[in-house]
Design a protein around this ligand. Structure first.
Ligand code: DUC
Ligand code: ZN
Ligand code: ZN
Length: 476
């Protein structure tokens, strides 16, 4: 007797596509194919794809902001919207607050998330202040406890680390077996360009894009990869927006470095011209790195097809538009420099890749699964419990109906924001049913979740484990 049998669906994993029934019991996948008759619930998936639930490994929820600014999704609204878009696990960031023990801050994040999540969650740690205590004791202990990835920033005053601090963080990751994610933009070059633009009175949202050109991303990607080579650690280059930064990843791999590349829907769908809309409307599209041009969009598609990118995440970082605590901060619209950086995308990430990628023939369904789920689980130490359709894996599944056509409107996405950058987009294909650990949480596109997401302690990334186990020193 099964809890649920999913009948006759086209099962797709990162490597195979086949039609079979799936039997679920006690939250796990217990049978794939073969005779299955009795279950408390039958789901007919004829003509639909049955896929591992989406894993969004780059989202920001309830992240503290400078005074006067507020992120508009908490763990409840953010994970609710994630489910609607076919995700069953999301990975938000815990931001280290200067002068406080990281564990204390982490406990506050857990308190915010506890009992409020519609999906499973697992935290990355953002490192903003380097101390001997952090590198020597705190981080290694946190890695042991399942927080196995750190993010570092090369931009944003107050957040960015100097090169020597990045090296120390990478060294700590090497010793403790963590994986480092890097936000690559050259802060000094950006500050120089912002100064020039402001002096010239060029303060509209579009200047956000011109003060963060591709070359500041390229330079920082090159530097991050070079620092990683010095320490001999694998890294993730997050939210890559253009061909020049992609070329840095390619070159690093040719040298033998282990690099995971990530891109996001905004770099496939938006351009810098979106920031150039009248009446501060362009602020809706302000994120970092900024959207580029059509050629960059094509480059990012190529990177998804050809493997420069291993993972595709939303970088959901939502601020309301019509709100003094959001994109209109500060009231008076004095300069693009003050617009909070980040846009929503947690619900639209997968429908965009499915519709624009799979349905338009740019990628096949197995590549979709790899980019949207399996590679995230493998990269961040959740595989095979998550991101796979195998016996014993969590029954986190999304059933996609390729026949559904929808015109996107923000009201349907159920996040805490007041807009979507993708308003009016026509998509083909939608995740009509979603199961989290064997329970139907989205049915016929409607949320029926009982909010049972939990926090997942993770294994070390297999990439990081390799250098962790290799006790020899870096070769340089
Ligand atoms: N970096 C992110 O990763 N997310 C949003 C803003 C940013 O700069
Ligand atoms: Zn970033
Ligand atoms: Zn981000």
């Amino acid at each position: 007797m099964f809890d649920i049998i999913i009948r006759n669906g086209t099962i797709a994993t990162a490597s195979d596509v086949f039609i079979a029934d799936i039997g679920l019991r006690d939250g796990a996948i217990v049978q794939i194919g073969g005779e299955m008759t009795e279950a408390r619930q039958m789901i007919d998936a004829t003509g639909k794809y049955v896929l591992p639930g989406g894993i969004d490994s780059h989202v920001h929820l309830s992240q503290p902001q400078p005074p006067g600014i507020e992120m508009c999704d908490d763990f409840e609204s953010g994970t609710r919207s994630a489910l609607i878009g076919g995700n069953t696990t999301v990975m938000p960031f815990c931001l280290q607050e200067k002068g406080r023990p990281l564990r204390e801050v982490l406990a506050e994040y857990h308190a915010l998330a506890e009992g409020r999540c519609h999906t499973d969650v697992s935290f990355h740690l953002i490192i903003s202040e380097i101390t001997p205590q952090l590198l020597g004791q705190e981080l290694p202990a946190l890695v042991e406890d399942g927080y196995t990835s750190f993010k570092v920033f090369m931009t944003y005053e107050g957040l960015r680390l100097r090169d020597d601090e990045i090296l120390e963080t990478m060294d700590c990751a090497r010793r403790s077996g963590a994986l480092v994610m890097v936000h690559c933009e050259n802060e000094d070059a950006i500050r120089y360009l912002i100064g020039r633009h402001e002096m010239a009175g060029d303060v509209a949202p579009k200047a956000h894009a011109t003060t963060r050109p591709t070359l500041v991303e390229r330079e920082a990607a090159h530097r991050a990869l070079s620092l990683a080579q010095v320490v001999d650690v694998p890294i993730v280059i997050v939210h890559v927006s253009n061909r020049e930064a992609m070329d840095e990843i390619r070159r690093a791999r040719e040298r033998g470095q282990k690099v995971i590349g990530e891109t996001c829907p905004q770099y496939l769908m938006l351009t810098a011209d979106d920031l150039d809309r009248d009446n501060w409307e362009g602020a809706r599209y302000v994120c970092s790195p900024p959207p580029r041009d059509k050629a960059s969009q094509e480059a990012c598609w190529e990177g998804l097809e050809q493997g420069v990118f291993d993972i595709y995440s939303s970088d959901h970082c939502p601020f309301r538009f019509n709100d003094d605590k959001g994109k209109l901060n500060p009231p008076g619209k004095t300069s693009f420099r003050h617009i909070p950086n980040g846009i929503p995308g947690i619900a639209m990430r997968l429908p965009i890749l499915f519709s624009e990628g799979v349905m338009k023939g740019r990628i096949d369904i197995s590549r979709f699964v790899a980019l949207s789920s399996t590679n995230h689980a493998k990269t961040y130490g959740l595989y095979p419990r998550k991101g796979s359709i195998t016996i014993g894996a969590d029954a986190d599944l999304s059933i996609w109906d390729p026949a559904v056509q929808r015109r996107i409107t923000h009201d349907d996405l159920q996040d805490g924001c007041d807009y979507t950058p993708y308003e009016g987009l026509e998509v083909q294909g939608w995740p009509t049913t979603v199961l989290l650990r064997g329970e139907v949480v989205v049915d016929d596109g409607q949320l029926v979740s009982s909010r049972r997401g939990v926090h997942l302690a993770r294994d070390r990334s297999p990439l990081a484990t390799k250098v962790f186990n290799d006790k020899t020193q870096p070769s340089i």
